[in-house]
Design a protein around this ligand. Structure first.
Ligand code: ZN
Length: 210
């Protein structure tokens, strides 16, 4: 029924992945030591001795995503025009304005029209885009774009519910504040019933997880 061209067994374009920064671990270690000093701390006291190296190692692992995160598609001829919603994609990212953590809970919906995205890959795609200095709005769009490319169809919708520590522990200090973002393409934009079905399913899944 969908008029969008579906590419069976399509794979995401490896070239689409945004370039990853290279972490200069020794430099980060030195800078964290400097930061401790600038904050009035003594980096030689027992509890802080290994902190710079530990923080640098964390940055390195946070910014080095799993290289196997390329989406895999299966050809499934029986899956015609079926709404698939994958939820529970919980990832930690870092807000680029404050460099504070944000917890992002994503739901991806698409119409399985001949191509089914391997379920286990969604989490890895989400993790790859979370492992960088990020904005929730951009993360939502990147996730939608990657799935759109992988399945070769515009019929993709993504919702993300985010809890931002920059809102919870600084500024207005609203612990329960949540930010929700939606990116809808293809028929999710033009078909109100489909859009409603997706939002209902992703919200139900969210309530179930709470
Ligand atoms: Zn922030």
């Amino acid at each position: 029924m969908s008029t969008n061209g579906v590419r069976p067994s399509a794979t995401a374009h490896p070239g689409r992945a945004a370039p990853q920064p290279t972490v200069d671990t020794p430099r980060v270690t030195g800078l964290v030591r400097e930061l401790l000093i600038a904050l009035g701390e003594d980096p030689h006291r027992e509890g802080l001795l290994d902190t710079p190296a530990r923080v640098a190692a964390w940055w390195c692992s946070f910014l080095s995503p799993d290289p196997s995160a390329m989406a895999t598609c299966f050809t499934e001829t029986h899956a015609s025009d079926q709404l698939v919603v994958v939820g529970g994609l919980n990832v930690w990212s870092l807000c680029e304005h404050h460099m504070l953590p944000m917890k992002l809970d994503a739901h991806v919906g698409y119409l399985a029209d001949g191509t089914v995205l391997g379920l286990s890959k969604f989490g890895r795609i989400a993790q790859r885009y979370a492992g960088r200095l990020q904005m929730q709005e951009r993360f939502t769009r990147q996730l939608a774009d990657e799935v759109t490319t992988a399945i070769g169809s515009e019929d993709v919708a993504v919702t993300v519910h985010g809890v931002h520590l920059c809102m919870s522990m600084r500024g207005v200090r609203m612990e329960m504040a949540r930010t929700s973002t939606v990116q809808a393409g293809g028929r999710f934009k033009t078909d109100p019933l489909l859009s409603q079905q997706f939002l209902t399913l992703s919200t139900a899944e969210l309530r179930g997880a709470a």
